[in-house]
Design a protein around this ligand. Sequence first.
Ligand SMILES: [Zn+2]
Length: 195
Amino acid sequence: MDKMYILEIHPREYGVFKSKKKWYKAFPDMRQVSAQKYRLKISEKDLSYYKRMCKKVRVDCLIYEDRFGRSYSYRAKFLREHPPLPSGKYRCWYCGRKTRQITVDHIISIAAVKRDPKLQKQLDRKGIDINGEENLALCCAKCNQTKSQAYDKSYIRRAKRGRHESYWKFRNFIRLLIVLAATALVCFIVYYFYI
Ligand SMILES: [Zn+2]
């Protein structure tokens, strides 16, 4: 079967708002997916044609294989497979916060992968599906905002351990021990030196 590709233009980013008519004529089927994003699905056999057209209208286009784009079916499935805690809240795998407003995050972000052929090759080598279970994490709104779209290995590590509820229980237990030890130390100092 033919590979499918996505041709994407971000008008504001590329500064082509002024010349919209020109590129719009070249790609009449392009669909606006958000205020600043236009997209078109193309097949492998049309790839060279569209690459030529991109050069012709002098628009910077992003072309990537569609399997590196966002699939829209992963969220519900992932939430079904990772139900909330008995309290009805979800645990964020990055920071451990409990919340009802959970998002499903791509650990290695779509934005990073679709722009980076090297990263795409790396994922293929490791057999990672960008929209698959191994690349998804429960994520609170705050982490979702602060996590950058760039490739960041530390989030892979955090998601790997944060997905286990036992990790957070153990961490909270250690914290409690530290607080107790510090309190005991203060009591001892006060007792020893001032009483
Ligand atoms: Zn979080």
